[in-house]
Every structure is written in structure tokens, then in C-alpha cells.
Design a protein around this ligand. Structure first.
Ligand SMILES: [Zn+2]
Length: 475
């Protein structure tokens, strides 16, 4: 393991208190603590599947498991990995170079290049270097590489395994790097970065991918009918991110167009496993994070459940291919989502939580049900119909009051405004609550199985996984 400096934990605390967290303060603690694992399984894994539920607080993992306990009398596939003693369970610290709370770009870069970078950077270090990302290391050793996500395929998490750009917003450049670097399978959203009519430079990336031998698919039907055979594949299924699962499930026009994370992952595995040298596949539930930013309880639980179904699929693959290492984790928490005890004796908690299952859409759908010309006349009805609840007079009054507040111009402004107004109603109805609209600093969960997984210490830092993976894959 690299140890660029030897600053101790105690040194870190001193650094924090003396520097008021200036830029670079956290960079001094980078990569200081890993003691080495004494690994004996180097080179034992042929394939690596890296699964990320982006922005998953432990409260989200818990809520999804409670949901399945209550509705299907079983545990989540993630929790079952532990119960079956298949996966080891590890805690991961996620600081980035310039902040205690990371963004997805810096977190994915930590995995991608084994170094902490500043927020928003994709595999470009604070001193300007652009080391080779993990996916490209795998390519150089003859492995196939795939990225699957419910976000735009050019979004920060998949990009962290294959691209180098100083800012995550350079998604049109990331799309070009995927082509130049011959990433074998790319499945997700983000038409706006491939379509010549939507790209600022007018380049037709679909044609460019086709010219390099890629099959290009743009519909769920196409993916399901033509996806299983062939090799290099670009599948882009929505202009922006793939819509939330709860909207795909409830709105036929959306659901019929966009594939699920499971469907995309199955296609990716079918294609990648043809390479006798093995593969690296990243699978991301990218919209868990977005539901967290929006404080949308029904959306976050259903996104997590979709991710969980994909774990089952991956587990099945790994059981049939035991030289596969699987990592199931998140990059950071988002929103501090949690199920809370309802009433004094908490005995109504399950009853309230189950009402979340009546919801018919995400907060995005509430927004789309509001007539911009008549928000006051449509807002209450939109909330009632999408959340499938009857509001009482005081709840209606508080919603109407929210429309009189000044609009927040922040990154997630529309959703934030809706969430802020609905928050007390959702808490009373569903017992779900949030700590913020932002990412959180909690250490995060990681399940890992495959040859040598047990050799990892119980607590690691995100950047350390880079070398662990390279060792196990011998890349
Ligand atoms: Zn986020």
C-alpha cells in the first residue's frame, strides 16, 4: 500500500483544529492509516463486480430491510449476505481531500485511482496529476469493462472508474473518453451527452460509437430483445437520469421505455463474461442519492429495493462463477434518512411505515402534476393523489403557506421546496425523517465476498479499496 505520509490520527485532529479546515487540510491525512492486510489471495479473482447504492445512509439500508420483513417476511438480499455468512462486513470512511463530507466524484476517484481528490474532481489529484483509473488498468490487462447505472452514464460514479476530468460536470468529455478508452459496456441514462442535437459541440457520439463497432440501443425493448448477444454495447435510455423506479412502476409511458437496473446488469454480465480473461463491472443505483437530496421517502426506499434485487442477480452470477469478487457498498450517505419510532410506545411505527407503500409516485411526479399557471389550485391535489393520502385542514393550510415562501435557487430547489412543505406530513404519516438535503459524513457499510475478502481489516478508508482490487485481480 502507498503511504505518502505518516500523519497519525492524532495528527489529523491537530490539523483540523489548527487550520479551520482550509483547502488541503484533509489532504494531509490522506492515505495514512492502512496497515496492510497480509493478503494471500493476490491474483485469485478473475472478475470484479463493484456495486454502489449511491448516497445510501445506514438508515436507508435498514428501512429497505424492515420493508421486506414487513411485506415479504424476509430480509433484504444485502442483509442476507451477512446472515448466510457469505460476505464479510466492513465499515468504510469516506472523507475526500478537501472535505469531511465527500461528493460522488471524489469518492469514486478514491476507488478509481487510490488517492483522495478534491470535491467534484474525477481522478485528477489536487496537484494536477491524472493517474490511470481502475477500469482502464483492467482493460490494459485484457479484461473487459462495463458500467451500469440508473443515473446518466457519464455521471460521477461510473466516470470515477474510467475517466479523468478536473470537474465532474464535463460529462460530454467523459462520454468521449469512454469511447477513446473502449469501455466495453455502457448502460444508463444521459442522451444529452451523446446526441448531436443536444451536445454543445454538435458531435454525434452515437455514430462515433457505432463506427467503432458498438451496438447502440436506446429502448428497453431493444435492450431486452437484442441485448443478450454481441460484445461492445452503448445503451442510453433517457435524456437525463433514468426516472425513479416508483415512477417507472406507476406511469406506463415511463416504465415501458426504461429498463430496470437488474435488466441492464443482466445484459452487461452476459456480454462481459465472454472474455476468458475476466471483467470489471460497476453497477450503480444512482438515484438513491437523488431521492436523498429530495428527501423523498417512497422514492429512496424503492430505489434501494431495486438495488437490492440486483444484488440477488449478482449473487447468482458469483455463485456460478466463484472466481468473481463482489463489493457492495455506497460512496456516502445522503439526507440522513431514517425510520423513527411513532408515538410514545412506538407501536404504530410499522403501521405508519407501511402506508409508504400506497404512494404512487416520486416528488418529481408531484411537481409534474402541478399546473405552473395555477400552482395554488393544483398543489394540494397533486400531493394528495401522488402520496395517496387525504390531508386535513391544517395540513392543507401548511402546504398552501409553503407556496408563499421565496423559492430556493439551490441545486435541488424544486424538490427541496416540495420536500420542505411535505416533511411534517410525511413524518406524521410514514414515520420517516431526514437530517438534511446534503451528503452526510457517516462511515458507510460494505459487504464483500470472493477469494480473499476476509483478509481485509474491519475498518478501512475508501481509497484503500483501489489497491485491494488491483491485487485481487492482479491488474
Ligand atoms: Zn449526491
Amino acid at each position: 500500500m502507498n503511504k505518502p505520509n505518516s500523519i497519525s490520527r492524532r495528527g489529523f485532529i491537530k490539523t483540523l483544529s489548527s487550520s479551520a479546515l482550509g483547502v488541503g487540510a484533509l489532504a494531509t491525512l490522506n492515505q495514512s492509516s492502512f496497515a496492510g492486510t497480509g493478503k494471500t489471495s493476490v491474483g485469485k479473482a478473475k472478475n470484479l463486480i463493484f456495486m454502489v447504492s449511491d448516497g445510501m445512509d445506514n438508515g436507508t439500508l435498514s428501512a429497505a430491510n424492515h420493508w421486506l420483513n414487513l411485506t415479504e417476511n424476509r430480509d433484504s438480499n444485502w442483509i442476507q449476505l451477512y446472515k448466510d455468512r457469505l460476505a464479510v462486513r466492513r465499515l468504510v470512511e469516506t472523507n475526500c481531500a478537501d472535505s469531511l463530507v465527500t461528493d460522488s466524484a471524489a469518492a469514486s476517484s478514491a476507488w478509481g485511482i487510490g488517492k483522495r481528490v478534491n470535491m467534484r474532481s474525477v481522478n485528477v489529484t489536487p496537484d494536477g496529476a491524472s493517474p490511470t483509473p481502475l477500469g482502464i488498468c483492467a482493460k490494459e490487462k485484457g479484461k473487459s469493462v462495463g458500467m451500469v447505472t440508473t443515473a446518466r452514464i457519464t455521471h460521477a460514479t461510473p466516470a470515477g472508474f474510467a475517466a479523468n476530468v478536473p470537474h465532474r460536470d464535463m460529462e460530454s468529455v467523459i462520454a468521449e473518453q469512454y469511447l477513446e478508452r473502449k469501455i466495453d459496456v455502457l448502460l444508463g441514462g444521459g442522451d444529452e451527452h451523446f446526441n448531436p442535437e443536444k451536445r454543445e459541440d454538435g458531435k454525434d457520439l452515437y455514430s462515433a460509437f457505432s463506427a467503432k463497432g458498438y451496438q447502440v440501443l436506446k429502448s428497453k425493448e431493444g435492450l431486452l430483445n437484442k441485448g443478450m448477444s454481441g460484445e461492445a454495447l452503448l445503451g442510453v435510455f433517457s435524456e437525463d437520469h433514468i426516472p425513479y423506479w416508483i415512477d417507472r412502476e406507476n406511469i406506463e409511458a415511463i416504465g415501458s421505455k426504461t429498463p430496470s437496473l437488474e435488466e441492464m446488469t443482466e445484459v452487461a454480465l452476459k456480454r462481459l463474461q465472454k472474455n476468458p480473461t475476466g471483467f470489471f463491472l460497476q453497477v450503480e443505483a444512482g438515484r438513491v442519492d437523488h431521492a436523498g437530496h429530495a428527501n423523498d421517502a417512497a422514492a429512496i426506499v424503492t430505489e434501494q429495493l431495486e438495488f437490492d434485487r440486483t444484488i440477488k442477480l449478482v449473487r447468482k452470477f458469483a455463485e456460478a462463477n466463484p472466481d468473481t469478487m463482489v463489493i457492495v457498498t455506497t460512496d456516502h450517505g445522503t439526507g440522513g434518512f431514517m425510520l423513527n419510532g411513532a408515538d410514545e410506545g412506538y407501536q404504530y411505527t410499522a403501521e405508519r411505515f407501511l402506508k409508504l407503500g400506497n404512494c404512487k409516485g416520486s416528488y418529481t411526479t408531484i411537481e409534474s402534476h402541478m399546473n405552473p399557471k395555477d400552482p395554488h389550485g393544483t398543489w394540494v391535489r397533486a400531493v394528495e393523489s401522488v402520496l395517496n393520502i387525504q390531508l386535513d385542514a391544517s395540513e392543507k393550510e401548511s402546504l398552501m403557506h409553503a407556496l408563499t415562501l421565496p423559492e430556493d435557487k439551490g441545486l435541488y430547489s424544486a424538490s427541496k421546496r416540495i420536500a420542505e412543505a411535505i416533511k411534517p406530513i410525511a413524518y406524521n404519516r410514514f414515520s420517516t425523517e431526514w437530517t438534511s438535503y446534503n451528503h452526510t459524513a457517516d462511515v458507510v457499510e460494505m459487504a464483500m465476498w470472493g477469494p480473499g475478502a476476509e483478509e481485509l481489516p474491519g475498518y478501512i478508508e475508501n481509497w484503500e479499496l483501489h489497491q485491494v482490487i488491483r491485487d485481487y485481480l492482479a491488474i
